[in-house]
Design a protein around this ligand. Structure first.
Ligand SMILES: NC(=O)c1ccc[n+]([C@@H]2O[C@H](COP(=O)([O-])OP(=O)(O)OC[C@H]3O[C@@H](n4cnc5c(N)ncnc54)[C@H](O)[C@@H]3O)[C@@H](O)[C@H]2O)c1
Ligand SMILES: [Zn+2]
Length: 446
């Protein structure tokens, strides 16, 4: 049951997502609740009203691939097509493929020649827009710049998806631009950082910063496909590998003890080898740890995101580390990277868990040591009690009156808490500063 044979090389397993004790789990087989669109007409003396129930189904692919820019690999050009007949027609067609690509400027410096060679070898009519897609430039201005160029290029919005190649910033900006162009133009994500590989490429969110707030403008429109090639990570600076490991650790702490243990044991190796094959001291071990950890991170992320693509359910474990960090990240921009701010938030929350009796002292210490081993900051002077309180109050306002704070309970399990007292928050803050401010100072000196 659940296996669907599509072609001779592919065995597909259908997984349903089932709510289990506040979290989501993949299960084999079909879900029973399939809804269809309906209109409910109601007639009163004042007039008629129609209530529309219109289920929208998004289908998108998240595909691991090797050598994405090898001219013989057609994934980048055709991998988003899910209908076998359409794929066959495309392969047979003589029509020239046309693609608009937006590439992070720094990524373009490294991979531009390979990308150009790939497109030319495949006889693609293309335009590459290389842009400085930094967090400071993550704005509507950049979205409009892209849209003007897209419009000049005049693509067929049904069959010619826009391709984004870069880190999370590039993917978020291009995703928003595509979702605005002609109301929804398909787009493809090619993540080139670890963080975007395991996080920004997996879900539906796009966005830009606005009014000094992170991702305040955005849409929930998933890409047609995300193509994941680990080899891009080899050129990512070490600090940005740590940055991605923070989001991986988030999933580990919320849902997967095995992933936590993997990061605890092999974190240093993953940092040293940048998730690549290593012919030196680490040998084959590292490739196994790299593929295991990325896969677990992706599947646990998919489990949480897919049943809640538009985040209607406000109880979200993936929000761990994201209650205080948005304000912190914006406050000190550009000194903290996204994952670093997330880690500082998680580190404080680990103390809140401990003070709430949900974690033992030993578990707390293991988590903090793991964070330090991943070379992530565990404390920051700008993360004041005032900022924490303001962030949690804002959260209350936007989360239906409940704070919905995801907290680890033990290693690899979590709960959503709504009744953490001010006293616990204060006590956790005092301990957090007391125990970690010194070690963070010495970290930043080295
Ligand atoms: N949409 C989502 O669901 C989602 C999820 C998580 C994070 N995000 C967003 O993602 C952003 C952070 O993403 P990020 O950490 O990838 O940052 P980023 O896009 O700024 O990339 C980090 C840096 O690495 C460089 N770079 C990228 N790939 C490289 C490569 N292969 N080799 C060398 N250098 C490379 C970039 O030029 C940049 O300087 C944030 O804005 C965050 O809000 C979105
Ligand atoms: Zn994040």
């Amino acid at each position: 049951m659940g296996k669907v044979k599509e072609d001779s090389n592919e065995n597909k397993t259908e997984l349903s997502l089932v709510r289990v004790k506040g979290t989501w789990k993949c299960k084999l087989g079909k879900s029973d609740s399939v809804s269809a669109a309906k209109i409910y007409e109601s007639i009163t003396e004042k007039g008629t009203s129609w209530t529309v129930v219109s289920p929208i189904v998004f289908t998108y692919k998240v595909t691991e691939t090797q050598d994405l820019l090898d001219p013989s690999n057609n994934t980048l050009l055709l991998g988003h097509i899910t209908d076998p007949q359409q794929l066959e027609d495309n392969k047979k067609s003589n029509k020239q493929i046309k693609r608009f690509l937006v590439v992070d400027q720094d990524v373009y410096k490294i991979y531009g020649p390979k990308l150009t060679k790939y497109l030319e070898a495949n006889n693609v009519l293309y335009k590459i827009l290389a842009l400085p897609t930094t967090e400071e430039n993550k704005s509507m201005k950049m979205v409009l710049k892209i849209l003007e160029e897209v419009d000049n290029f005049s693509l067929d919005r049904r069959t010619e998806p826009i391709i984004a190649i870069g880190g999370g910033v590039c993917l978020d900006i291009v995703g928003l631009a595509a979702s605005l162009y002609r109301r929804r133009t398909p787009y493809i994500r090619v993540p080139t950082t670890l963080l975007s590989y395991i996080d920004a490429s997996i879900g539906a969110k796009t966005g830009v910063n606005f009014a000094n707030c992170k991702n305040k403008l955005g849409a929930y429109i998933p890409p047609a496909a995300s193509f994941l090639d680990l080899s891009f990570i080899q050129t990512v600076p070490r600090r940005h590998i740590s940055n991605g490991l923070a989001e991986m650790l988030k999933m580990a702490l919320m849902k997967h003890r095995g992933l936590f243990e993997l990061l605890e044991t092999h974190g240093r190796m993953l940092l040293d080898t940048k998730f690549q094959v290593d012919n030196g001291v680490y040998g084959r071990n590292c490739l196994q740890a790299a593929s295991q950890s990325t896969r677990i991170a992706i599947v646990t992320m998919l489990e949480e995101l897919v049943p809640n693509l538009w985040e209607d359910d406000l109880n979200r474990l993936v929000d761990f580390g994201h209650l205080i960090s948005p304000a912190l990240e914006m406050k000190v921009l550009p000194s903290l990277l996204h994952g670093e701010a997330v880690n500082i938030d998680m580190s404080y929350m680990v103390y809140v868990s401990k003070e709430s009796g949900l974690l033992t002292e030993g578990e707390k210490q293991r988590i903090i040591s793991c964070m330090v081993g991943l070379e992530l900051p565990v404390w920051h002077e700008a993360c004041t009690m005032e900022l924490i309180q303001k962030s949690l109050n804002d959260r209350l306002k936007h989360s239906g009156g409940l704070v919905r704070m995801p907290l680890p309970i033990g290693l690899g399990e979590a709960d959503i808490c709504n009744d953490t007292s001010c006293e616990i928050l204060d006590r956790a803050y005092a301990k957090w500063c007391d125990e970690l401010s010194v070690s963070s100072d010495s970290n930043s000196d080295s």
